[in-house]
Design a protein around this ligand. Structure first.
Ligand SMILES: Cc1cc2nc3c(=O)[nH]c(=O)nc-3n(C[C@H](O)[C@H](O)[C@H](O)COP(=O)(O)O)c2cc1C
Length: 327
């Protein structure tokens, strides 16, 4: 019988951090990341083979997804007792290397870090209306602070007129995309049929078969596309709180910090029973995104459009295994 030597706590912490980062949200659950661990460094790389070539030609959504993975790495590392030391885009000659993370000084994770870490695997995207339960203003204030801590701005959209504009833009973008074969094929490519053994893409249990429309209506992406796919639930029509995540700039570093802010907001919200539904179709169409930037975002760059609310529906998601995302 061979007895394996116990892992050093640092080695366990690094492995646990990568394991956790797999659970970050990503556009269409493309999971466009790869991690490598060498010595005391974790490298987070973009897996550009998983980029959405039609919806996301610039790689903005890919970078936001990887930014969410970076925040997850940081949180897990802290929870395992090490202050992360991060360098974003550390090497201009290696554009797909998005960040490196090294364990810094030892730390005692506080209650907030533990609370966020607990939500990493539990948090789920919602794709329908919300229950008639208000989201407390105090929580929204904390989410605004969470986004600011990562260099982005979360703005709850309180004016009904602005909410209407956002809903109309979403309907316009969804209408155009659903008529465009290239967009439709990309959504179909990442929609996971019931019973599929794939470990990426949006599973049919990730959205309800028949959802009640919100008022105003923010259409969902059509992952079921002519199939009778979807889970139960979706009876609640609540709109929730519409919110925009913006950044002052629009380069790769801004997209990565938008992703970090997104995951900080989502984990904090999840800890208080609040989920997010996303409507990012508008942001994939240059003219509509520019209109939104000028008319609603006071010149800041919109990175995510979401509704925040309470749901009692269960949805599920999948992830690739640790060995698939490490090399
Ligand atoms: C940049 C980005 C854009 C997204 N856009 C949408 C969207 O428009 N509609 C949607 O239903 N989900 C959207 N999502 C959520 C992903 O589909 C979701 O994170 C992924 O399927 C994994 O599921 P989970 O979040 O439940 O773990 C987006 C996520 C990211 C990071």
């Amino acid at each position: 019988m061979s007895i394996r030597p116990a892992k050093h706590p640092l080695e366990s912490a690094m492995e646990a951090a990568v394991e956790a980062a797999r659970w970050a949200p990503s556009v269409h659950n493309t999971q466009p990341w790869a991690f490598s661990v060498s010595g005391e460094e974790i490298c987070l790389k973009a897996d550009t083979d998983r980029k959405l070539r039609v919806e996301d030609a610039s790689g903005r959504e890919l970078s936001i997804s990887c930014g969410a993975a970076l925040f997850t790495l940081r949180t897990a590392m802290r929870c395992h007792g090490y202050e992360p030391v991060v360098r974003v885009l550390p090497d201009p000659d290696r554009p797909s290397l998005l960040a490196t993370l090294r364990p810094g000084s030892e730390t005692n994770p506080d209650e907030t870090v533990r609370m966020l870490a607990e939500q990493i695997e539990r948090r789920r995207t919602h794709r329908a209306g919300f229950a008639d339960v208000p989201v407390p203003d105090q929580l929204i204030d904390r989410l605004v602070k969470a986004a600011a801590a990562e260099g982005a701005e979360l703005t709850p959209v309180r004016s009904p007129a602005a909410v209407d504009v956002l809903a109309s833009l979403t309907r316009a973008a969804q209408g155009v995309q659903s008529q465009d074969r290239r967009f439709s094929l990309e959504v179909i490519r990442w929609a996971r049929p019931p019973g599929s053994s794939r470990d990426d893409g949006v599973p049919a249990t990730g959205y309800p078969r028949h959802a009640v429309r919100t008022d105003p209506d923010f259409p969902q992406r059509d992952y079921a596309w002519r199939h009778d796919w979807g889970g139960e639930g979706g009876r609640d029509p609540g709109l929730g709180v519409v919110a925009l995540l913006t950044t002052a700039g629009d380069g790769r570093a801004d997209w990565i910090s938008a992703g970090e802010a997104l995951q900080h907001v989502l984990l904090h919200a999840a800890a208080y029973g609040v989920s997010a539904a996303f409507h990012t179709q508008v942001l994939e169409m240059e003219l509509l995104r520019e209109f939104l930037r000028r008319e609603i975002c006071s010149g800041a760059y919109p990175q995510m459009i979401m509704r925040l609310g309470v749901t009692f529906d269960d949805t599920t998601s999948v992830r690739r295994s640790l060995s698939d995302v490490t090399g």
